[in-house]
Design a protein around this ligand. Structure first.
Ligand code: ADP
Ligand code: MG
Length: 331
Protein backbone atom coordinates (compact mmCIF):
# COMPACT_ATOMS: atom_id res chain seq x y z
CA UNK A 1 0.00 0.00 0.00
CA UNK A 2 2.94 2.33 0.70
CA UNK A 3 4.11 1.76 -2.89
CA UNK A 4 0.67 2.54 -4.28
CA UNK A 5 0.61 5.70 -2.17
CA UNK A 6 4.00 6.75 -3.53
CA UNK A 7 2.95 6.23 -7.13
CA UNK A 8 -0.34 8.04 -6.68
CA UNK A 9 1.48 10.74 -4.74
CA UNK A 10 3.55 11.57 -7.81
CA UNK A 11 0.34 12.45 -9.62
CA UNK A 12 -0.78 14.87 -6.93
CA UNK A 13 2.50 16.22 -5.65
CA UNK A 14 5.02 16.97 -8.36
CA UNK A 15 6.89 19.67 -6.47
CA UNK A 16 6.74 21.67 -3.22
CA UNK A 17 4.32 24.20 -4.72
CA UNK A 18 1.85 21.38 -5.45
CA UNK A 19 1.98 20.34 -1.78
CA UNK A 20 1.38 23.94 -0.73
CA UNK A 21 -1.60 24.13 -3.07
CA UNK A 22 -3.20 21.03 -1.54
CA UNK A 23 -2.61 22.24 2.03
CA UNK A 24 -3.95 25.71 1.26
CA UNK A 25 -7.06 24.26 -0.34
CA UNK A 26 -7.65 22.14 2.76
CA UNK A 27 -7.29 25.20 4.99
CA UNK A 28 -9.76 27.15 2.85
CA UNK A 29 -12.17 24.19 2.82
CA UNK A 30 -11.94 24.22 6.65
CA UNK A 31 -13.21 27.80 6.69
CA UNK A 32 -9.91 29.41 7.70
CA UNK A 33 -9.81 33.22 7.91
CA UNK A 34 -6.06 33.39 8.48
CA UNK A 35 -3.49 31.18 6.81
CA UNK A 36 0.27 31.26 7.24
CA UNK A 37 2.57 29.36 4.90
CA UNK A 38 6.20 28.83 5.85
CA UNK A 39 8.86 27.08 3.82
CA UNK A 40 12.58 26.42 3.94
CA UNK A 41 14.95 25.65 1.07
CA UNK A 42 12.33 26.14 -1.61
CA UNK A 43 9.96 23.86 0.34
CA UNK A 44 12.27 20.88 -0.06
CA UNK A 45 13.12 20.57 3.65
CA UNK A 46 10.07 22.23 5.20
CA UNK A 47 6.55 23.29 4.34
CA UNK A 48 4.25 24.36 7.14
CA UNK A 49 0.68 25.60 6.75
CA UNK A 50 -1.07 27.00 9.83
CA UNK A 51 -4.75 27.84 9.72
CA UNK A 52 -7.52 28.93 12.08
CA UNK A 53 -10.14 26.72 10.45
CA UNK A 54 -12.52 24.31 12.14
CA UNK A 55 -9.86 21.68 12.80
CA UNK A 56 -9.98 17.88 12.73
CA UNK A 57 -11.49 15.84 15.53
CA UNK A 58 -8.74 13.75 17.19
CA UNK A 59 -10.42 10.45 16.37
CA UNK A 60 -10.62 11.50 12.70
CA UNK A 61 -6.89 12.19 12.33
CA UNK A 62 -5.98 8.65 11.18
CA UNK A 63 -8.94 8.78 8.78
CA UNK A 64 -7.77 12.06 7.26
CA UNK A 65 -4.55 10.29 6.34
CA UNK A 66 -6.19 7.21 4.85
CA UNK A 67 -6.48 7.11 1.08
CA UNK A 68 -9.93 8.09 -0.19
CA UNK A 69 -11.42 7.56 3.26
CA UNK A 70 -12.48 11.16 3.35
CA UNK A 71 -13.48 11.47 -0.27
CA UNK A 72 -16.46 13.75 -0.60
CA UNK A 73 -17.46 12.16 -3.88
CA UNK A 74 -20.39 9.80 -3.71
CA UNK A 75 -19.97 8.59 -7.28
CA UNK A 76 -23.10 10.11 -8.75
CA UNK A 77 -21.92 13.63 -8.27
CA UNK A 78 -18.54 13.78 -9.99
CA UNK A 79 -19.09 17.12 -11.68
CA UNK A 80 -20.85 18.79 -8.82
CA UNK A 81 -17.90 19.88 -6.74
CA UNK A 82 -18.25 22.85 -4.45
CA UNK A 83 -15.21 22.57 -2.22
CA UNK A 84 -11.62 22.22 -3.34
CA UNK A 85 -11.17 18.80 -1.78
CA UNK A 86 -12.89 15.81 -3.23
CA UNK A 87 -10.31 13.14 -3.93
CA UNK A 88 -9.23 12.44 -0.36
CA UNK A 89 -5.74 11.94 -1.75
CA UNK A 90 -3.62 14.87 -0.74
CA UNK A 91 -2.74 14.02 2.85
CA UNK A 92 -2.09 10.30 2.23
CA UNK A 93 0.07 11.29 -0.75
CA UNK A 94 2.07 13.80 1.28
CA UNK A 95 2.48 11.23 4.03
CA UNK A 96 3.91 8.85 1.43
CA UNK A 97 6.53 11.24 0.03
CA UNK A 98 7.61 13.20 3.11
CA UNK A 99 7.55 13.34 6.90
CA UNK A 100 4.09 14.64 7.64
CA UNK A 101 2.78 15.88 10.96
CA UNK A 102 -0.74 17.16 11.54
CA UNK A 103 -1.62 19.00 14.71
CA UNK A 104 -5.22 20.06 15.07
CA UNK A 105 -7.81 21.20 17.51
CA UNK A 106 -11.56 21.56 17.20
CA UNK A 107 -13.17 24.24 19.40
CA UNK A 108 -14.17 22.84 22.80
CA UNK A 109 -12.02 19.73 22.47
CA UNK A 110 -8.44 18.77 23.29
CA UNK A 111 -5.81 19.15 20.56
CA UNK A 112 -4.14 16.12 18.97
CA UNK A 113 -1.30 15.27 16.67
CA UNK A 114 -0.40 12.46 14.29
CA UNK A 115 2.68 11.80 12.18
CA UNK A 116 3.25 9.77 9.04
CA UNK A 117 6.59 8.84 7.53
CA UNK A 118 7.01 6.94 4.31
CA UNK A 119 3.33 6.02 4.51
CA UNK A 120 3.60 4.61 8.06
CA UNK A 121 1.21 6.22 10.49
CA UNK A 122 2.07 6.81 14.14
CA UNK A 123 -0.23 7.00 17.15
CA UNK A 124 -2.56 9.92 17.74
CA UNK A 125 -1.14 11.92 20.68
CA UNK A 126 -2.42 14.86 22.68
CA UNK A 127 -1.01 18.21 21.56
CA UNK A 128 -1.36 21.81 22.67
CA UNK A 129 -2.54 24.51 20.28
CA UNK A 130 -5.12 27.26 20.33
CA UNK A 131 -7.31 25.98 17.54
CA UNK A 132 -7.23 25.22 13.84
CA UNK A 133 -4.67 23.06 12.11
CA UNK A 134 -0.93 23.00 11.58
CA UNK A 135 0.35 20.72 8.85
CA UNK A 136 4.11 20.28 8.72
CA UNK A 137 5.75 18.49 5.82
CA UNK A 138 9.47 17.86 6.12
CA UNK A 139 11.94 16.41 3.65
CA UNK A 140 9.61 16.13 0.71
CA UNK A 141 10.61 13.28 -1.62
CA UNK A 142 13.27 11.95 0.78
CA UNK A 143 11.86 8.50 0.06
CA UNK A 144 11.86 9.06 -3.70
CA UNK A 145 15.32 10.42 -4.62
CA UNK A 146 14.48 10.09 -8.33
CA UNK A 147 11.83 12.76 -7.94
CA UNK A 148 14.09 14.94 -5.81
CA UNK A 149 16.49 15.10 -8.76
CA UNK A 150 13.83 16.73 -10.94
CA UNK A 151 13.22 19.62 -8.59
CA UNK A 152 14.63 22.95 -9.67
CA UNK A 153 16.72 25.37 -7.61
CA UNK A 154 15.42 26.47 -4.19
CA UNK A 155 14.84 29.88 -5.71
CA UNK A 156 12.70 28.51 -8.54
CA UNK A 157 10.71 26.24 -6.21
CA UNK A 158 10.17 29.16 -3.80
CA UNK A 159 8.94 31.25 -6.72
CA UNK A 160 6.43 28.54 -7.63
CA UNK A 161 5.22 28.45 -4.00
CA UNK A 162 4.76 32.23 -4.07
CA UNK A 163 2.77 31.93 -7.26
CA UNK A 164 0.43 29.29 -5.79
CA UNK A 165 -0.13 31.39 -2.64
CA UNK A 166 -0.86 34.54 -4.64
CA UNK A 167 -3.29 32.74 -6.94
CA UNK A 168 -5.28 31.36 -4.00
CA UNK A 169 -5.02 34.71 -2.23
CA UNK A 170 -6.60 36.33 -5.30
CA UNK A 171 -9.43 33.79 -5.17
CA UNK A 172 -10.09 34.31 -1.43
CA UNK A 173 -9.98 38.05 -0.72
CA UNK A 174 -11.63 37.73 2.71
CA UNK A 175 -8.86 35.45 3.99
CA UNK A 176 -5.58 36.78 5.37
CA UNK A 177 -2.48 35.18 3.87
CA UNK A 178 1.11 35.38 5.09
CA UNK A 179 4.00 33.66 3.33
CA UNK A 180 7.38 33.32 5.07
CA UNK A 181 10.71 31.90 4.01
CA UNK A 182 12.19 30.37 7.17
CA UNK A 183 15.35 28.92 5.61
CA UNK A 184 18.43 28.91 7.82
CA UNK A 185 18.70 29.85 11.48
CA UNK A 186 17.36 33.41 11.47
CA UNK A 187 13.84 34.57 12.20
CA UNK A 188 12.87 34.14 8.54
CA UNK A 189 11.72 36.59 5.92
CA UNK A 190 8.21 37.62 4.99
CA UNK A 191 7.71 37.02 1.27
CA UNK A 192 4.09 38.01 0.86
CA UNK A 193 1.22 39.29 2.97
CA UNK A 194 -2.39 40.06 2.12
CA UNK A 195 -4.62 41.35 4.91
CA UNK A 196 -8.25 40.22 4.85
CA UNK A 197 -10.36 42.48 2.64
CA UNK A 198 -13.63 44.02 3.76
CA UNK A 199 -16.77 45.11 1.98
CA UNK A 200 -18.63 43.55 -0.92
CA UNK A 201 -16.96 40.99 -3.14
CA UNK A 202 -16.14 43.43 -5.93
CA UNK A 203 -14.50 45.92 -3.57
CA UNK A 204 -12.70 43.06 -1.84
CA UNK A 205 -11.38 41.72 -5.15
CA UNK A 206 -10.12 45.15 -6.12
CA UNK A 207 -8.36 45.54 -2.77
CA UNK A 208 -6.81 42.10 -3.06
CA UNK A 209 -5.73 42.84 -6.62
CA UNK A 210 -3.77 45.82 -5.27
CA UNK A 211 -2.13 43.60 -2.63
CA UNK A 212 -1.21 40.85 -5.09
CA UNK A 213 -0.33 42.80 -8.25
CA UNK A 214 0.29 46.28 -6.90
CA UNK A 215 -1.73 49.45 -6.40
CA UNK A 216 -0.78 50.96 -9.74
CA UNK A 217 -2.02 47.87 -11.54
CA UNK A 218 -5.29 47.88 -9.61
CA UNK A 219 -5.88 51.56 -10.33
CA UNK A 220 -5.41 51.00 -14.04
CA UNK A 221 -7.68 48.01 -14.31
CA UNK A 222 -11.16 47.98 -15.80
CA UNK A 223 -13.99 46.36 -13.86
CA UNK A 224 -15.57 43.44 -15.70
CA UNK A 225 -19.07 42.19 -14.98
CA UNK A 226 -20.89 40.27 -17.69
CA UNK A 227 -23.23 37.34 -18.02
CA UNK A 228 -24.25 35.07 -20.88
CA UNK A 229 -26.39 31.94 -20.79
CA UNK A 230 -25.53 31.00 -17.22
CA UNK A 231 -21.84 31.93 -17.44
CA UNK A 232 -20.90 34.85 -15.21
CA UNK A 233 -17.66 36.77 -15.70
CA UNK A 234 -16.37 39.21 -13.06
CA UNK A 235 -13.04 40.72 -12.16
CA UNK A 236 -10.57 43.22 -13.51
CA UNK A 237 -8.66 43.58 -16.76
CA UNK A 238 -5.71 45.95 -17.01
CA UNK A 239 -5.31 48.67 -19.58
CA UNK A 240 -3.11 47.51 -22.50
CA UNK A 241 -0.27 49.73 -21.22
CA UNK A 242 -0.09 47.48 -18.15
CA UNK A 243 0.63 44.37 -20.18
CA UNK A 244 3.64 42.25 -19.28
CA UNK A 245 6.39 40.44 -21.10
CA UNK A 246 5.10 37.14 -19.75
CA UNK A 247 1.80 35.67 -18.59
CA UNK A 248 2.63 36.02 -14.85
CA UNK A 249 -0.07 38.62 -14.26
CA UNK A 250 -2.90 36.49 -15.64
CA UNK A 251 -5.07 35.25 -12.80
CA UNK A 252 -7.90 33.09 -14.08
CA UNK A 253 -10.44 31.26 -11.94
CA UNK A 254 -13.28 28.95 -12.76
CA UNK A 255 -15.80 28.48 -9.96
CA UNK A 256 -13.25 29.83 -7.51
CA UNK A 257 -10.41 27.55 -8.61
CA UNK A 258 -7.21 28.95 -10.07
CA UNK A 259 -6.81 27.57 -13.59
CA UNK A 260 -4.26 27.88 -16.35
CA UNK A 261 -6.35 26.94 -19.29
CA UNK A 262 -5.43 27.33 -22.97
CA UNK A 263 -8.96 28.27 -24.00
CA UNK A 264 -9.24 31.04 -21.39
CA UNK A 265 -5.73 32.38 -21.96
CA UNK A 266 -6.48 32.38 -25.70
CA UNK A 267 -9.72 34.28 -25.14
CA UNK A 268 -7.87 36.86 -23.04
CA UNK A 269 -5.29 37.29 -25.80
CA UNK A 270 -8.05 37.52 -28.36
CA UNK A 271 -9.73 40.38 -26.49
CA UNK A 272 -6.50 42.43 -26.54
CA UNK A 273 -5.46 41.34 -30.02
CA UNK A 274 -5.80 44.81 -31.57
CA UNK A 275 -3.89 46.53 -28.77
CA UNK A 276 -0.91 44.33 -27.97
CA UNK A 277 2.12 43.20 -29.93
CA UNK A 278 2.88 39.51 -30.00
CA UNK A 279 5.45 39.61 -27.21
CA UNK A 280 3.11 41.32 -24.73
CA UNK A 281 0.64 39.55 -22.42
CA UNK A 282 -2.51 41.17 -21.10
CA UNK A 283 -2.81 41.35 -17.30
CA UNK A 284 -6.11 40.43 -15.66
CA UNK A 285 -7.81 38.75 -12.75
CA UNK A 286 -10.97 37.13 -14.07
CA UNK A 287 -13.50 34.91 -12.37
CA UNK A 288 -15.74 32.74 -14.47
CA UNK A 289 -18.61 31.25 -12.50
CA UNK A 290 -21.30 28.88 -13.66
CA UNK A 291 -23.33 25.90 -12.66
CA UNK A 292 -20.77 23.16 -11.85
CA UNK A 293 -22.40 20.85 -14.37
CA UNK A 294 -21.38 23.21 -17.20
CA UNK A 295 -17.67 22.78 -16.58
CA UNK A 296 -15.27 20.04 -15.49
CA UNK A 297 -12.45 21.59 -13.47
CA UNK A 298 -10.86 18.28 -12.58
CA UNK A 299 -9.58 17.01 -15.89
CA UNK A 300 -6.26 16.28 -14.15
CA UNK A 301 -5.52 16.73 -10.42
CA UNK A 302 -2.10 18.36 -10.84
CA UNK A 303 -2.84 20.41 -13.93
CA UNK A 304 -5.29 23.23 -13.86
CA UNK A 305 -7.14 22.78 -17.10
CA UNK A 306 -10.88 22.94 -17.44
CA UNK A 307 -13.35 21.52 -19.91
CA UNK A 308 -16.41 23.58 -20.71
CA UNK A 309 -19.52 21.99 -22.02
CA UNK A 310 -19.70 24.92 -24.46
CA UNK A 311 -16.16 26.27 -25.04
CA UNK A 312 -17.35 28.79 -27.61
CA UNK A 313 -19.68 30.38 -25.09
CA UNK A 314 -16.87 30.91 -22.55
CA UNK A 315 -14.53 32.35 -25.17
CA UNK A 316 -17.21 34.60 -26.62
CA UNK A 317 -18.18 35.98 -23.22
CA UNK A 318 -14.58 36.84 -22.30
CA UNK A 319 -13.73 38.43 -25.65
CA UNK A 320 -16.90 40.52 -25.84
CA UNK A 321 -16.88 41.63 -22.17
CA UNK A 322 -13.23 42.70 -22.29
CA UNK A 323 -13.53 44.41 -25.70
CA UNK A 324 -16.56 46.27 -24.42
CA UNK A 325 -14.68 47.45 -21.32
CA UNK A 326 -11.64 48.47 -23.39
CA UNK A 327 -13.84 50.38 -25.85
CA UNK A 328 -15.54 52.21 -22.98
CA UNK A 329 -12.09 53.19 -21.70
CA UNK A 330 -11.31 54.71 -25.09
CA UNK A 331 -9.53 51.86 -26.85
P1 ADP B 1 -9.75 16.08 0.53
O1 ADP B 1 -9.35 17.51 0.70
O2 ADP B 1 -9.84 15.71 -0.92
O3 ADP B 1 -10.95 15.68 1.32
P2 ADP B 1 -7.24 15.57 1.82
O4 ADP B 1 -6.34 14.37 1.84
O5 ADP B 1 -6.67 16.82 1.26
O6 ADP B 1 -8.56 15.17 1.06
O7 ADP B 1 -7.73 15.87 3.29
C1 ADP B 1 -8.40 14.84 4.00
C2 ADP B 1 -9.38 15.36 5.00
O8 ADP B 1 -8.71 15.88 6.13
C3 ADP B 1 -10.27 16.49 4.52
O9 ADP B 1 -11.40 16.01 3.87
C4 ADP B 1 -10.63 17.20 5.82
O10 ADP B 1 -11.72 16.54 6.43
C5 ADP B 1 -9.42 16.97 6.67
N1 ADP B 1 -8.50 18.12 6.63
C6 ADP B 1 -7.36 18.23 5.93
N2 ADP B 1 -6.74 19.42 6.14
C7 ADP B 1 -7.54 20.08 7.01
C8 ADP B 1 -7.45 21.38 7.64
N3 ADP B 1 -6.43 22.22 7.40
N4 ADP B 1 -8.45 21.72 8.51
C9 ADP B 1 -9.47 20.88 8.76
N5 ADP B 1 -9.60 19.65 8.20
C10 ADP B 1 -8.66 19.25 7.34
MG1 MG C 1 -7.60 18.33 0.05
Amino acid sequence: DAAINRIAAGEVVERPAAAVKELLENAIDAGARQITVEYADGGKTLIRVTDDGRGIVASDLPLALARHATSKIDGSDLLNIHTFGFRGEALPSLGAVGRLCITSRVAGQAGAEITVQGGRMGETRPAALNGGTIVTLRDLFYATPARLKFLRTDRAEAQAIGDVVKRLAMAEPFVRFVLRDVSGDGPGREVFRAEAEQGDLFAALHGRLAQVLGREFAENSLPIDAEREGLHLTGFAALPTYSRGSAVAQYLFVNGRPVRDKLLVGALRGAYFDFLSRDRHPAAALFLDCDPTLVDVNVHPAKSEVRFRDPGLARGLIVSALRHALAKAGH
